[in-house]
Design a protein around this ligand. Sequence first.
Ligand code: FPP
Length: 258
Amino acid sequence: MHTTIPAGLTRKQAELFAKLDPERLPRHIGIIMDGNGRWAKRRHLPRIAGHKRGVTAVRDVVTLASNINLPALTLYAFSAENWKRPKTEINFLMALLRTYLKNEVPLMNEHNIQLRYIGRIHELAPEVQERMAWATEQTARNTGMIMTLALNYGGRAELIDAFQSIVRAAANNGGLEHLKIDEELVSRHLYSNLPDPDMVIRTSGEMRLSNFLLWQLAYSEIYVTQTLWPDFTGADLLEAIADFQKRERRYGNVGAAV
Ligand code: FPP
């Protein structure tokens, strides 16, 4: 099999890509970016140093994902539970997000990336929301990879918001009497209309979903790596995709070999 290598890949990335089946790339990957604190601790650095390095990993992974024409990438950047962290760390993460958006919009435009968000965005500080709105506006005309940042996001909160939205829509539309709830209806009222992720990646070894995309991950392949997020690279993403391509997805059916 001869594979056309996309432009912009490093030699190592190209070697890894050549081993993939280009016809069976995932359409959507979700990533739980974990381990920034541990990365810093191992180096006797403050936790925020880990978050800062986490941005470098985001850049490498986003660039690679876009170069291989992944249609959609969703990154868990701040969970609804992350408010429990020390105020100083939260403030740092919010400042980092603002800087990130300001600095990375040119790269997003260069790569034709559309930026979107999921989560209870209205609860974030006004100056954060403003920068977010600016960055989406700047990238709104792009037609390539859809990159979604999950911010103040919780899977259960998303479902609660969806159910409230369903009930509101029904009330405005003749009442609840004839309301028929099915999977299609629930999916339609979630924060985004992307296809469900084919694969979810979690860095730094924990075997949990931590309230990430609970509805959408029902049939996703789970890939957990010990690598801490700041050390995770585009090449690691290609390794994860290679693993994904070895899996047999059955969706509750019997396998092809049966
Ligand atoms: C988890 O590591 C990471 C976070 C809570 C924040 C994720 C943020 C980044 C990757 C950097 C910023 C990203 C953007 C898009 C601006 P942790 O602190 O829970 O690590 P630990 O489990 O080792 O303590």
